[in-house]
Design a protein around this ligand. Structure first.
Ligand code: ZN
Length: 147
């Protein structure tokens, strides 16, 4: 098992701009505020969602954006949570999201660029402690946390 302990440094509470790209805004905010290790949660709504799924056997992400039932449709952000660490020497957010449509049907996955904000209220906890860096994990071929 691999873990470290951190202390809470600061909590940011706010909302991301209308029509912005959700993932780009998260990463921009983390870089601008030097959030190198942290936790994020968001609720609100998107004009459209954009998520990926990692094919474990093929070791690559595919986009789920073309699933007709959910493509290019407004959705509630039922749950959106993630973590912030360092990748390629800058803050990087790894975020998963679940949206629900007008039927209440849910759809989700690994948040990718392309999700358009309608309203997005966030809480970000910034931690202080050892720098948490991502590096290529040989087994999964994912950029996971290093020791
Ligand atoms: Zn993911």
């Amino acid at each position: 098992m691999l873990y470290s302990t951190y202390n809470l440094k600061e909590t940011f509470v706010g909302r991301f701009p209308y029509n912005s790209d959700l993932l780009k805004e998260i990463n921009k905010f983390c870089i601008e505020n030097n959030i190198t290790t942290g936790q994020i949660s968001i609720i609100g709504a998107v004009k459209k969602l954009s998520v990926g799924f990692y094919l474990q056997n093929e070791k690559r992400y595919i986009s789920l954006d073309k699933i007709a039932k959910f493509a290019d449709k407004p959705m509630e952000i039922v749950s959106c949570s993630g973590n912030i660490s360092i990748k390629d020497n800058k803050p990087f957010a790894h975020v998963h999201i679940i949206g629900s449509d007008f039927d209440g049907a849910t759809f989700g996955g690994h948040l990718t660029e392309g999700a358009v904000v309608f309203a997005a209220e966030f809480i970000i906890h910034s931690f202080e402690g050892k720098l948490l860096r991502r590096g290529l994990d040989e087994q999964t071929r994912l950029p996971l946390w290093e020791k």
